[in-house]
Design a protein around this ligand. Structure first.
Ligand code: 3HC
Ligand code: NAI
Length: 692
C-alpha cells in the first residue's frame, strides 16, 4: 500500500489500483482530498501494470460533497476540476465505488468516473440547492445526460437523495455490489470491464437524452409553475433550472460555462452564505456545552399526555408516529372523544392523501389509550402536560402527577409563557420538570423549544433532546423567560406592527412588506388565521383596543369571514374599508397624527427590535448561541431560510447599522428601542452576532 498523502492510499489488487480516501467525518472534498484524488489517479495511470482504477472511501460514506467550510476562503491545492479532469481523461477505466452518500461534489466526481458501482444502501444526490447553491462541478451538465432533464430537474431543485436501486434503474449506477462487500464488488466489476474491453464511457459525451428535450420549453415552465410558492424568494432553484436548460440547449462546454457563472454568483451571494450558516446551525443546536455526551439517558418507552385539546392531540401524534405508546388523559368524556376523534381524522386524511396505507391508521391508533384517570399515567417515562394556560391549573396538575407518576420519569409542560420554575415548585422532584414547548400544529411544526428550568437535571435535558430527535423535531435548548426565545422575540414584532398601523400604515402595508421580506405571512394575516378572539373576553371587552373592536363586530378572523381583512368564500383576503375607517377613527380618538410610513421603516421597526431582543436573550444566557435563535425563528415562525434567521440577518445588515437605527428610533419613539448591552458591545468590539 502506498500513501499518496495523509488522507489517500493506493493499493493494487492484481491489475486493479484501488485509490482510497479517508477524511472523516464525510470525506468532503477538502484540499487534501482533491490532491489525493489527483495524485492517486495519476500514479495509477502511470503504473503500466494497472489496467483499471477503483475510487473508494473509508468511513461511513463516499464523498458527501465539497467542503462547505472552504467556501469564501482563498482556494488551495488542486481544484476540483483538476481532480475530475484527471479521472475523466484517464486512459484506463475509473470506477467509483459508492457507499453511504455520494452527494454534491461527491456525485460530480463519481460522474466523471467511467463507471459507478454502489451497495444497495447507498444514496446519490445533488443537494446544493439546500445550501443556496447549484452543483458547480459539472453536475448540472452531466446528470441530465444520464437521467434525462426531467429527473435531473427534480433532483437539483429538491436536493433529494436517491437510493441505489433507483439509481441503477436510472442508469446513474451501473451495478450493485453486495452490501458490506463494496470493495470486492467494485474490483470484480473493474476486472470484468477490462476483460470485456468495455469503452471509457464519458458522461459528457452522451447527448441523446438532452437532445430529445430540445425545443420543449414546457419542461422548464412546468417545474417553475408547480413550485412557484416553494421557490418564492430563493435564487438557487431558478439558477439550477437555468443550468439544466443550458444542458439541454447548449454543447457541453458552453453549458459548463453557464454553470460556472451562475455558481460563482450564488457562492459569493448572501443567500448561500445564509443557507450554509443554517446547515451548520442545525447541527450546532444539538450541542450542549454543559451537558456531557455521556449524560445518562432515561429510557422512554411510554408517554403520557394531559389534555387532548389542540396541542395535546398534536403532541400525541408525534410519539404514535414513531411507535411509542401514548396514554392521553382528559377531564371529561366528551373532550376526550373529541380529542381522539381529531387524531383519527388527521391520520385518515394523511392515508387518503397516500402518505401511508390505511392499516397504518389503525396501527397508530392502536398505540393510543384515552383515559379520564390520571392514575393511568403511573408507569409513563415521560408525561407532557398540555392543559389550559393557567398557573393554578398547571400547578394542580403537577401536584397530582408528583404523587402518581413513577420516580425517574420526566414531567414536562407545554406552557407557552408561564414560569416553569414556578410550576416546578408544585412537585417534590423539580429536577424532573422541563418545558417541551411544541408549536402549533404540533404534529407538523419542526421546532421544539426545550426549556430548562433552574433545577432541571442534565439527564432530563439530554433525554428531552434525544426524544426530540427521535420524533423528527429540531430542538433548541432555551432558558425560562417570558415567551422563552421564540415568542419573546415575536412580541417585539407584534408590538411594532400594532404601533405602525396607528401611526400611519395599514395592516396590508405591514403584511406586504414582511411577506416580501420572505415571511410566510404578515402579522395581521396571521392574526386573522389564528383567530382574533384567542384570549379575548366578550364580557370584559370594552372597545379599548382595535382587537376588542374587531371582535365586538364579530370580525374575529378568517373563521368569521372577516378580521383585519375581508375574506371571500375561498378565503382570499382583501383590504377592508371598514377596518381602514376603524383605524383612522381610533387614531383620531387617541390624538395620533398619522403620517406616511415608508416600507423601509416598516421593515426596520419590525425586524431590528427582534434582533435586539435576540441580543438581550444572549446576554441573559437564555439561548446558548446566536445561531440557536436563528433555528427557532426559521423552524417555528417561517423566517426565510435564505436570510439565515434574524441574528444572521443582523450580521448581513451589519450590527452597527442595526444599532444606529435602534438609537435613532429610541430618540424619537422611546425605550421600546433601547439597544441591548450586547448589541453595543458587538459594535464596539467590531464583532458579529454569530460570534456569540
Ligand atoms: N463539508 C464540510 N463539513 C461537512 C459536510 C461538507 N460537505 N457535510 C457534513 N459535514 C460535517 C457536519 O457539519 C458535521 O460536523 P460536526 O460533526 O462537526 O457537526 C459532520 O460532517 C457530520 O455531518 P452530519 O451530522 O450531518 O452527519 P449525518 O451522518 O447525519 O449526515 C450527510 C451525513 C448526509 C453527508 C450530511 O452531513 C449532509 O447532508 N452533508 C451535506 C451534503 C451536501 O450538501 N453536499 C453538497 C456540498 S456543496 C457542493 O458539493 C458544491 C459542489 O457542487 C461544487
Ligand atoms: P386547548 O384548550 O385546546 O386544550 C386544553 C385541554 O386540556 C382541553 O381539552 C381541556 O379539557 C384539557 N384540560 C384542562 N384541564 C385539564 C386537567 N386538569 N386534566 C386533563 N385535561 C385538562 O388548549 P391548547 O391550545 O391545546 O393549549 C394547551 C397548552 O399548550 C397551553 O398551556 C398553551 O399555552 C400551550 N400552547 C398552545 C399553543 C397553541 O397554539 N394553541 C402553542 C404552544 C403551546
Amino acid at each position: 500500500m502506498t500513501a499518496i498523502n495523509d488522507v489517500t492510499t493506493l493499493e493494487k489488487e492484481g491489475g486493479i489500483a484501488v485509490v482510497t480516501l479517508n477524511s472523516p467525518p464525510v470525506n468532503a472534498l477538502s484540499a487534501p482530498v482533491r490532491e489525493g484524488i489527483t495524485n492517486g489517479i495519476k500514479q495509477a495511470i502511470d503504473d503500466p501494470d494497472v489496467k483499471a482504477i477503483v475510487l473508494i472511501c473509508e468511513g461511513k460514506t463516499f464523498i458527501a460533497g465539497a467542503d462547505i467550510t472552504e467556501f469564501g476562503k482563498a482556494p488551495k491545492g488542486p481544484s476540483l476540476f483538476d481532480a475530475q479532469a484527471m479521472i475523466e481523461n484517464a486512459p484506463k477505466p475509473v470506477v467509483a465505488a459508492i457507499h453511504g452518500t455520494a452527494l454534491g461534489g461527491g456525485l460530480e466526481v463519481a460522474l466523471t468516473c467511467h463507471y459507478r458501482v454502489a451497495v444497495p444502501s447507498a444514496k446519490c444526490g445533488l443537494p446544493e440547492v439546500n445550501l443556496g447553491l447549484l452543483p458547480g462541478a459539472g453536475g448540472t451538465q452531466r446528470l441530465p445526460r444520464i437521467v434525462g432533464p426531467e429527473k435531473a430537474l427534480e433532483m437539483v431543485t429538491t436536493g433529494q437523495h436517491v437510493g441505489a436501486k433507483k439509481c441503477l434503474e436510472m442508469g446513474l449506477v451501473d451495478e450493485l455490489a453486495e452490501e458490506g462487500k463494496l470493495r470486492e464488488g467494485a474490483v470484480a466489476f473493474a476486472n470484468k470491464i477490462v476483460a470485456e474491453k468495455r469503452p471509457l464511457k464519458k458522461v459528457r459525451d452522451l447527448n441523446d437524452k438532452v437532445e430529445a428535450a430540445r425545443g420543449k420549453p414546457e419542461i422548464f415552465a412546468n417545474i417553475r409553475k408547480a413550485n412557484a410558492r416553494k421557490f418564492r424568494g430563493f435564487l438557487a432553484p431558478e439558477y439550477n433550472i437555468q443550468c439544466i436548460e443550458a444542458a439541454v440547449n447548449l454543447p457541453f462546454d458552453e453549458g459548463i460555462k453557464v454553470e460556472q457563472k451562475l455558481f460563482r454568483e450564488l457562492v459569493t451571494g448572501t443567500q448561500s452564505a445564509a443557507q450554509r450558516h443554517v446547515f451548520f446551525a442545525e447541527r450546532q443546536v444539538w450541542k450542549l456545552p454543559d451537558v456531557p455526551a455521556d449524560t445518562p439517558i432515561i429510557p422512554v418507552n411510554k408517554v403520557g399526555i394531559i389534555g387532548a385539546g389542540t396541542m395535546g392531540g398534536g403532541i400525541a401524534m408525534n410519539f404514535l408516529n414513531v411507535g411509542l405508546p401514548v396514554t392521553i388523559v382528559e377531564t371529561k368524556q366528551d373532550a376526550l372523544d373529541r380529542g381522539l376523534g381529531v387524531i383519527r381524522k388527521n391520520y385518515e386524511n394523511s392515508a387518503k392523501k397516500g402518505r401511508f396505507p390505511m392499516e397504518e391508521v389503525e396501527k397508530r391508533m392502536g398505540l393510543l389509550t384515552g383515559s379520564l384517570d390520571m392514575n393511568d399515567l403511573a408507569d409513563c417515562d415521560l408525561v407532557i402536560e398540555a392543559v389550559f394556560e393557567n398557573m393554578d391549573v398547571k400547578k394542580d396538575v403537577f401536584g397530582k402527577l408528583d404523587k402518581i407518576v413513577k420516580q425517574g420519569a420526566i414531567l414536562a409542560t407545554n406552557t407557552s409563557a408561564l414560569n416553569i420554575d414556578e410550576i416546578a415548585t408544585a412537585v417534590k422532584r423539580p429536577e424532573a420538570v422541563i418545558g417541551l414547548h411544541f408549536f402549533s400544529p404540533a404534529n407538523v411544526m419542526r421546532l421544539l423549544e426545550v426549556v430548562r428550568a433552574d433545577k432541571t437535571s442534565k439527564s432530563v435535558i439530554a433525554t428531552s433532546m434525544q426524544i426530540a430527535r427521535k420524533i423528527g423535531k429540531i430542538a433548541a435548548l432555551v432558558g425560562v423567560c417570558p415567551g422563552f426565545v421564540g415568542n419573546r422575540i415575536l412580541a417585539q414584532r407584534q408590538r411594532e406592527a400594532q404601533k405602525l398601523i396607528m401611526e400611519g400604515a395599514m395592516p396590508w402595508d405591514v403584511d406586504r412588506v414582511l411577506y416580501d421580506f420572505g415571511l410566510p405571512m404578515g402579522p395581521f394575516a396571521m392574526s386573522d388565521l389564528a383567530g382574533l378572539d384567542i384570549g379575548w373576553n366578550k364580557e370584559k371587552s370594552k372597545g379599548e383596543t382595535l382587537r376588542d373592536r374587531l371582535c365586538e363586530m364579530d370580525r374575529r378572523g378568517q373563521k368569521t369571514g372577516a378580521g383585519y381583512y375581508d375574506y371571500d368564500e375561498n378565503r382570499n383576503a382583501k383590504p377592508s374599508p371598514v377596518v381602514e375607517k376603524m383605524i383612522l377613527d381610533y387614531a383620531a380618538e387617541k390624538g395620533i397624527n398619522r403620517r406616511k410610513i415608508s416600507d423601509d421603516e416598516i421593515l426596520e421597526r419590525c425586524i431590528y427590535p427582534m434582533i435586539n431582543e435576540g441580543a438581550k436573550i444572549l446576554e441573559e444566557g437564555k439561548a446558548i448561541r446566536s445561531s440557536d435563535i436563528d433555528i427557532v425563528w426559521i423552524n417555528g415562525y417561517g423566517f426565510p431560510v435564505y436570510r439565515g434567521g434574524p441574528m444572521f440577518y443582523g450580521d448581513t445588515v451589519g450590527a452597527d447599522k442595526v444599532l444606529a437605527k435602534m438609537k435613532e428610533f429610541q430618540a424619537t419613539m422611546g425605550d421600546d428601542f433601547k439597544p441591548a448591552a450586547l448589541l453595543e458591545k458587538i459594535v464596539a468590539e467590531g464583532k458579529k452576532f454569530s460570534d456569540f
